[in-house]
Design a protein around this ligand. Sequence first.
Ligand code: GLN
Length: 454
Amino acid sequence: EAFNANVAAAADLNAFIVTTPDAALEAADKVDADRAAGKDLGSMAGVPIGMKDLFATKGVQTTAASHILEGFTPQYESTVSQNLWDAGAGMLGKLNLDQFAMGSSNETSYFGNVTSPWRKPDGSNTPMSPGGSSGGSSTAVAARLAPAATGTDTGGSIRQPAAFTGITGVKPTYGRCSRWGVVAFASSLDQAGPMAHDVRDCAIMLGAMAGFDPKDSTSLDLPVPDWEANLNSDMKGKKVGIPKEYRMDGTDAEILKSWDDGIAWLKDAGAEIVDISLPHTKYALPAYYIIAPAEASSNLARYDGVRYGLRDLPDGAGLQDMYAETRAAGFGDEVKRRVLIGTYVLSAGFYDAYYNQAQKVRALVAQDFENAWNECDVILAPTTPTASFGLGSLSDDPLTMYLNDVFAVPASLAGLPAMSVPCGVNSDGLPLGLQVVGKAFDEQGVMNAGLAIE
Ligand code: GLN
């Protein structure tokens, strides 16, 4: 009741699509029962968490914030959410997001915008974007509606909302967390991860989420290290790379200043700072906006009015009409834009010119990082080129919106672990985040650097 009252009081934030506090209470009760029975408690025992509504949850509506999935109640549980329940966590509810995780501002949800709990202190009370696509997750954590939440990151959707709301978010190496039961956006990029207040909470939660899963053919068959036990903010002997190509036009001066602050903090923690070059950085974003829509257009073909959720079947209509009507009514504008772009770049006449080229660029971006690891252990950069913006201020300008992901997308294309860690507020009183990128499988190095900044 108290939780539902809090969510109701924060209704203008619109973070939750449904609440399930009974499930969280059950997990709390189980802690007492297990303790009384002398059983070992899991690493997340009794912790109530929010679940991005992209994870299939058995018996609880799962929508990806799209009308086309409204009313869809899975008969199965995603591996990541099951792992969290097995570690003792309980679900507070399903969190709002950009529709099918496509967006950077949480303005594409069928269930309405999510609003950040942050306001500029100038009295204007402008509703600010919590970032996207995991904006329900960032808002729920920042507004203290949940101590932690799951997110997913295809091209920045954990890191950018974490930066916009002053919380911590970790995208692990591609394959660390199973994609089984996570509504697919761009399968070669999608990766789940934790969003919470600090590095330690993220380390604990990621430990519970991660692990090999035979049901996901791209799952990493590697042991899950004890990241929390090995957290260490001493950077002595570590080299931190500063990529010169990230000093881009259009990046806010205060963001550049926060980057310098981060460099100074890591130096204080004992790190050696080295200048590095990632020469293909500027091609990463255009390549992402070909590859991600291409995969999305293929993945979203399954929403046909037959298998899941919505079916729009006008009187006397045939099969093709049903597909067309269901998709016209069920998908939002941004989703349609992505499907159209994706279908175009995969079409016989344009495949070589766009999709194939983008795949080559992706390989070059990954190679840039491989070369960089000869010179440094982790890379430090801003998470975003600007702080949060007012809701509605960019919604008519998809290209500027896409630019928000410019610093996040390279690590996604390369499948590398990366995180955003809060680094203070700008002169508007809005939070800023710094990004740490690491070598494949080195979430530890990433989180240790994050801890040194925190
Ligand atoms: N904002 C990016 C996009 O719209 C990334 C989304 C994500 O990481 N899910 O594609």
